[in-house]
Design a protein around this ligand. Structure first.
Ligand code: CA
Length: 238
């Protein structure tokens, strides 16, 4: 079953929040409303959203302070942030982007434009949307809780390794070239070198420990995740 993309709406004005929430729902998103930073933090601690829609002017902590904080935390740093700013406030926009926001939209905004911006941010950040959970040979990845385990032992993965593993697991047994992985896992970050893929595959194998052998190097072709690794063959080819 396909999970709806979850949007955390951090907005203190109920009228705007309601308008946004209703439109999100009509456009196939699962919105959650938080009226201030504290409420938003509680939501983030419970379930990671796919995108955060963050108002600049909030009662206690400002949107920029929150963006900066969430960017600095490993759990939330990969979640795209779209900031809402007041009309024509150029310094606000720059400060918002500096704090780690992925994009901003100026109030008053058209709801259609807002939906389009949210979809664009989601596409840029995760070309392969991370949804649901998947398991292969006792390796289990739960996309909703961002947890990975092998033989019931929890594993710690960085955000890129997580996305890479998700892609490999959802496209298992097939060989993927470095260029394909860059396209599918890194998206439009075309300035990244293919060697970067090797670095992250190495980190992924280390993080997987005993399950690292499920990620095979196919010489001259790329990488594959397989439920039936052939250790002798891999070692001979490495
Ligand atoms: Ca506000």
């Amino acid at each position: 079953m396909k999970r709806l993309p979850r949007v955390l709406v951090v907005e203190d004005e109920p009228a705007i929040a309601e308008l946004v929430v209703v439109n999100l729902r009509h456009n196939g998103f699962a919105p959650v409303w938080a009226a201030d930073g504290e409420a938003a933090q509680r939501e983030l601690d419970a379930v990671l959203p796919d995108v955060i829609l963050l108002d600049w002017m909030l009662p206690s902590e400002s949107g920029v302070a929150l963006a900066r904080k969430w960017r600095a935390q490993s759990r939330t740093k990969a979640v795209p942030i779209l900031m809402l700013t007041a009309r024509g406030d150029e310094p606000d926009k720059i400060a918002g982007l500096d704090a780690g926001a992925d994009d901003y939209i100026t109030k008053p905004f058209s709801t259609q434009e807002l939906m389009a911006r949210i979809r664009a941010v989601l596409r840029r950040r995760s070309p392969e949307q991370v949804l649901g959970s998947v398991s292969i040979a006792e390796l289990v990845l739960d996309a909703q809780t961002h947890r990975v385990s092998y033989q019931d032992q929890a594993l710690k993965l960085g955000p890129t390794e997580f996305k890479l593993l998700y892609y490999l697991m959802t496209h298992a047994e097939r060989v993927h070239s470095r260029a394909q992985l860059l396209d599918k896992v890194w998206g439009d970050h075309v300035f990244i070198e293919e060697r970067t893929v090797d670095v992250h595959v190495k980190r992924l194998r280390e993080a997987l420990g005993a399950a690292g052998s499920l990620v095979e190097t196919v010489r001259g072709a790329g990488y594959r995740l397989t439920a039936r690794p052939q250790p002798a063959l891999v070692a001979a080819k490495a």
